[in-house]
Design a protein around this ligand. Sequence first.
Ligand code: AMP
Ligand code: MG
Length: 491
Amino acid sequence: MSDSARPPSFENTFARDLPDMFEPWSAVVVERPTVLVVNDSVARELGFDPSWLRGDEGARFLVGNLELPGMHTVAQGYAGHQFGGFSPRLGDGRALLLGEVIDTNGVRRDVHLKGSGRTRYSRGGDGKAAVGPMLREYVIGEAMNALGIPTTRALGVVATNELIPRDEMLPGAVLCRVALSHLRVGSFQYAATMSNDHVRRLADHAIARHDPELIDSDDRYLAFFHRVMNRQASLIANWMSVGFIHGVMNTDNMTISGETIDYGPCAFMDTYSPTTVFSSIDHQGRYAYGNQPHIAQWNLARLAETLLPLIHDDKDESIRIATEAINGFPALFEREWERRMRAKLGLTEQSPVEANLFHSLLTLFESHRIDHTNGMRALSDVVRGRRERMHALFDMPLAFDTWARPWLDALNLDPRDSNDIADAMDAVNPAYVPRNHIVETALAAASAGDLAPLGSLMEVLLHPFHERAGLEDYARPMPSDWEGYQTFCGT
Ligand code: AMP
Ligand code: MG
């Protein structure tokens, strides 16, 4: 192997700094790994030669069976509120942290496996993962990244050529994913079950990793909490702006870095409705589309609770400060959301009518059952003076025209050419999102051995803002016979 093809070496600051937060562990041996996908762009970012990853050594590395220099594989411990109920000991029940790589931009990235076998945290689980859900993480993660939304990303997915028992026997796989870190709100909850000192060490580690500017600040733990809140406000606003529903926003699935993590029962909404739920076990609508900002705040309150002893020596004072901080979340979110809505509607400046425009547009979409992606995308055509596309979405086009009057009045104040405004709107209103029925069809084919539909889908999703002739099927909402579509946890 030439020097340039040598895989990167690993570091382990997590294991070094936080000895009580993991169990050293090894991945189960996969006898016959077959590489299904390698993510060339992530591979290059990390300093891997993609063709090495596709070869025999790469396949063994991607399932955790080839140790690279510096690697100390661990199963991370974390706790979590799942659907509101607290589990003090979750952790990597089917996952492992291989270590950290400094990428070609100088950024420390976790390299992590999912589906790598049982660990001390597995409880009743088999430690395994199926091809479909692991490819789904790859697809949705890449789609999110192409939409400009912070996310963990797959480095590769490898088939294990074993069958694993689910509702039926399914082909097994291991996902190798990359993240800014795997620190979660649940990591802090886990540290808090041990001692205040554990929380402090974890917070210091998280600050060094994600907010190094705060290291010398006197108020660093409170400042850190504000940073996490800001990242989450921005992330959730991003999700809302493209109709993304995470589906299982448990505290163990909310990162400190502000990246989207754990694509389980997630989905992009077709018809706009704030009550849309995708997880089959979310009977209360806890993680419904419209409830996501509220749940983010609830999760952040759980993080704040763990930080209380670090914020102030006086407990009451600490609670007062943390409460004030957490009460600021709705305004933070609102600011982020309004910024995105403004861009989606082609507006550049805050105007007194805008909040009303945003809410009335969404109410219009909801009452006329408009596809969220296609409705937003059609706005730019209206700015170009063509209403056919928007009118085609409505049974009663007049309802749209009535809404549009004050919006177009506001746009008329903009000195830019309307084509420029429309082009700017097209750069933030995607033409293509991963629609459930198309993703599921591609995954079913891939699970049966045909990767071609997945390849075609990825071509579309990697350029979501660039509308292309011939791709109309990818922009169509879910056919009615798919209605009631749900995805399942515990995959
Ligand atoms: P998730 O729903 O993927 O975020 O996982 C929630 C928790 O369940 C984590 O602690 C996982 O490690 C664990 N878990 C999920 N599936 C399995 C499995 N098949 N075997 C062992 N643990 C699992
Ligand atoms: Mg999880």
